[in-house]
Design a protein around this ligand. Sequence first.
Ligand code: SAH
Length: 456
Amino acid sequence: MEFYKDQLVTATIEDMGKNGEGIGRVDGYTLFIKDTVIGDTVQAKIIKTKSSYGYARLMQILTPSAYRTDPPCAFARQCGGCQLQALSYPQQLLFKEKLVRGNLEHIGGCTDLPMEPIVGMDDPLHYRNKAQFPIGLDKNGRIVAGFYAGRTHQIIPNRDCLLGVPQNRQVLDMVIAHMEERRIAPYDEATGKGLVRHVLIRYGFQSGEIMVCLVINGKHLPHADDLTQKLSTLPGMASVTLNINRTRSNVILGEKTVLLWGRPYITDQIGDLHFHISPQSFFQVNPQQTEKMYAKALEYAALTGEETVWDLYCGIGTISLFLARAARKVYGVEIIPQAIQDARTNARLNHLENVEFSVGKAEEILPARYKDDRIQADVIVVDPPRKGCDKVLLDTILQVEPRRIVYVSCDSATLARDVKYLREGGYEVDRVCPFDNFPMTCHTECVTLLRRITEK
Ligand code: SAH
């Protein structure tokens, strides 16, 4: 059968792809159909055809899947943030488990994968401690805050994202009222004009502290005192800052942050450790799951108190400090200077003296230290961004020969690529545990223990 654009077809969804899209087959031809879930029978319109597969748009659900559920958010289909809201939560967990396993087997070459069951949440909404709302104008010229529609920069107005906390709405209402009152224009990506680009809000789930950071295309916010006075009436308000971003890029934060009110950071706790968090520092967005995930990383590290441990991509030193309580010495490496400042403060705050932090790229610092001082490590922990570890870093890890590598990953495809490399270098996957730190989205965290098997 020939397939062509705009053709209407009936498809049964048999599988789901890594971005949460449904995969159906029509006469042996594979179609990717967004907004469908496994088990649906749908009518869809073909948008694009390639020789062995194509893309189609959902037109009508003919028979809904038993796993289909009403999305809790009215904007679920338009918004680019959540891909899995129409899939029941137990099925979301199965989908993620299968994805991680598939990547480690097909890309990583693992067989008989020793995988623990995925760790999910009891309540998979309102889990995020951080939200970054773009600010813009709607077609009637009214100021809106919300989220980008999938793959575009069109803002879907929504101050009440269900993944976030209710405080977000209170903050946005005040910021937008201030902009309207003082006639402050939102930033316009097309022209590069206008002032307010994003509002970044963080909430400490344990401390109850709120941070508001307004990202602006300028140096000053008109009548800033009025706004901070209003924001300061919200219970828990601890930090109001301006971040200056005058670039034309779509990177959210600029380099400079100026304090407007309160402190330049908020505090929060994970387990019984306390942390200072600055606007520019990375902090895990799902604190409830993070606590479980760090406990697993620590379990896999199996420390006795004698070990030297490196924590690469350490952020504000969260994992480093949990490790430091159980190891002889911990070295943390992180690229963002502000995060390392936070990490050093956090070590002092928690009275931990056996930890040393360096600013720089993991793939530069570790090789340099290995060349100069022949550093040794019993355990190396890595927690890279989605693109995974640099090859130079993996080569150096293989030279340093730690007994264990604990790999914390937010993208199981790059994890699997790196696992393959480390397996070829003499390591074997000992255990894997996926964590659902991002319910409703297609993202998954994963902690993997690799053990050295070859002796040189
Ligand atoms: N382990 C921390 C942070 C993990 S996120 C935590 O759990 O909170 C990944 C971190 O890697 C970010 O803080 C990012 O700034 C940092 N990073 C990105 N590229 C890096 C590189 N090449 N070398 C070192 N750190 C890097």
